[in-house]
Design a protein around this ligand. Structure first.
Ligand SMILES: [Cu+2]
Ligand SMILES: [Zn+2]
Length: 179
């Protein structure tokens, strides 16, 4: 192989490696609907990518069959969507643990607050039951995501611990492990 050809080849390989690294910047999360008995049914995906301005993470949902309206949307601390047992009953999604809170603030303060880092802007489901509107979390980094889970709650999120704890979202409705 002559020198020029090997240099061209090296440049091509470097370019290929570069585009592979770019593709790896997005994470596709498979979401499951959580049943009361602990069962799980696939409900679509959410794709996480770095925000274009370099600040935060954009979550782009492709989900259907959901109750219309706003739903609490959080990164939870553990990569497990299975049910937990409490007082002899199954709690869907309980194994995901609490909201991702690396600074141990112990406070649910919403996407722009100074509490849980896993507090995302609410997910909006349209009247036809689909969710496609992107959600931008300004304080998160892509490096916060792997090894955690993404959760959508049955109820809304008021970004506070009053009048109900954790924004009042209640039951865990959809969950996906973030690989
Ligand atoms: Cu949650
Ligand atoms: Zn929270």
């Amino acid at each position: 192989m002559n020198k020029r050809l090997s240099l061209t080849l090296a440049a091509a390989l470097t370019a290929a490696a570069g585009s592979a690294a770019l593709a790896a910047d997005s994470i596709t999360i498979s979401m499951d609907q959580l049943a009361a008995d602990g069962g799980m049914t696939p409900a679509g995906i959410v794709v996480a990518t770095p925000a274009a301005d370099g600040k935060g993470v954009v979550f782009k949902p492709e989900l259907k069959g959901l109750p219309p309206g706003e739903h609490g949307f959080h990164v939870h601390e553990k990569p497990d969507c299975g049910p937990a047992e409490k007082d002899g009953k199954k709690v869907p999604g309980g194994n995901a643990g609490g909201h991702y809170d690396p600074d141990k603030t112990g406070r649910h303060a919403g996407p722009t607050g100074d509490g849980h880092l896993g507090d995302l802007p609410a997910l909006v489901v349209a009247a036809d039951g689909t969710a496609t509107a992107p959600v931008t979390a300004p304080r998160l980094k892509m490096s916060d995501l792997s090894g955690r889970s993404l959760m959508i709650h049955a109820g809304h999120d008021n970004y506070a611990d009053q009048p109900q704890p954790l924004g009042g979202g209640g039951a865990r409705m959809l969950c996906g492990v973030i690989r």
